[in-house]
Write a protein of this length. Structure first.
Lengths: 166, 198
């Protein structure tokens, strides 16, 4: 049955924390992060954007919240606002401080099995919050190459995490 | 847009496509199973990356209502309902899908509403409720432990239960019926009160 009181309450808590962490990592402002989470959920709900065909719910929500947060950053950049900015440091997060330490250790190990260039582009794009153009600029690699390298790297990471071969 | 997504499936999953391309990818994936499957796989990998992020600092509970929009709160609750499972998110896709389908149908059919309760300074409380009285969900910021939700009626008070502590503190009440005034009480003190409109 859909309305299980304990599960209902508990599930909300489980998701809200993760979604806020995703938004906060991009926005570095807890109020802006909360707004981004709510805006993403509202958009999904009002557009009826989620059906079971769309795959598991949590990864879908995480992607929507991150997209929402990045849109806020892009908007702020366009308006030349400085108060909202992307995470300045490009570092692989510390699994001991992670929201899911067990999964974080798996991710770290999987990242280490990628080539240095693949790992670097994922870390810069995901954890460093750099735009594709910024990565191309910093690494002096053409933008098209960065795009395809990041796509291949994420696919390979997925393969490593699901136990398949790259 | 009938073109396959190619590498942009992964870039989309990472939030790195511009709004126009995002919209065209979503439109395409609604009908193309191949690209949808690729996006779902990419989102799973991106979600794994997210699991290594540190937690966000706790929300400011007094300065600013956490639930700035009742509708957004309702949306959050809908997604909580859709995922009313036991434990963590590591369930199989089919299990989760079946539950999500059932919950989405139930919520879509239940037409919920919301009201902001009149609160003491420092407290922000909202009630979301199914208009047929099937459930009520109370969310309150700025309440300490031990707060109870009381149903005030002509026949006397009925205690609907204690809020689970947290920021926000919450209580889900199953089948309260169409209630009159609800009051949030702690240590004999009224923190908030309001009347749902059905």
């Amino acid at each position: 049955m859909a309305f299980e009181g304990a599960g209902f309450d508990r599930a909300y808590r489980v998701y809200a924390g993760r979604l806020r962490a995703v938004a906060y990592h991009v926005l570095r402002d807890r109020d802006a992060a909360e707004d981004a989470v709510q805006a993403a959920l509202l958009r999904i709900w009002s557009n009826r954007a989620y059906t079971s065909e769309r795959g598991p719910l949590l990864p879908f929500l995480i992607a929507c919240v991150r997209r929402e947060a990045l849109d806020v950053i892009r908007g702020a950049r366009r308006r030349r606002e400085r108060e909202l900015r992307a995470a300045p440091e490009t570092i692989v997060p510390d699994p001991t401080a992670a929201i899911d330490p067990v999964e974080a250790r798996r991710v770290k190990a999987a990242l280490e099995r990628l080539t240095p260039a693949q790992r670097d582009v994922i870390v810069r794009a995901y954890y460093g919050g750099a735009t594709l153009a910024e990565i191309a600029d910093t690494t002096d690699v053409p933008l098209g190459t960065i795009k395809s390298r990041l796509a291949v790297a994420l696919r390979r990471l997925g393969g490593e995490l699901s136990g398949g071969t790259p | 847009m009938n073109q396959h997504c190619g590498d942009e499936a992964e870039l989309y999953a990472l939030g790195l496509t511009d709004p126009e391309r995002t919209a065209s990818i979503e439109e395409h994936c609604a009908t193309c199973e191949e690209c949808r499957t690729r996006v779902i796989a990419a989102e799973a990998a991106a979600a794994a990356l997210a699991s290594a992020l540190p937690a966000a600092p706790a929300a400011r509970s007094f300065r600013r209502p956490q639930w700035t929009s009742g509708l957004a709160a309702a949306a959050a609750v809908v997604f909580a309902v859709t995922s009313a499972f036991e434990g963590t998110a590591l369930h199989s896709a089919s299990q989760q899908s079946a539950r999500t389908d059932a919950a989405l149908s139930a919520v879509a059919a239940s037409h919920f509403s919301h009201t902001t309760l009149t609160s003491q300074p420092g407290t922000v409380a909202k009630a979301l409720y199914a208009r047929d009285g099937a459930w009520m969900y109370v969310i309150a910021d700025g309440v300490g432990p031990g707060a109870h939700l009381i149903l005030r009626g002509s026949g006397g008070d009925r205690d609907l239960g204690a809020l689970a502590a947290g920021a926000p503190a919450t209580l889900f009440v199953r089948a309260p019926g169409r209630v009159g005034e609800v009051v949030l009480v702690a240590d004999g003190r009224t923190l908030a009160h309001g009347v749902p409109v059905y």
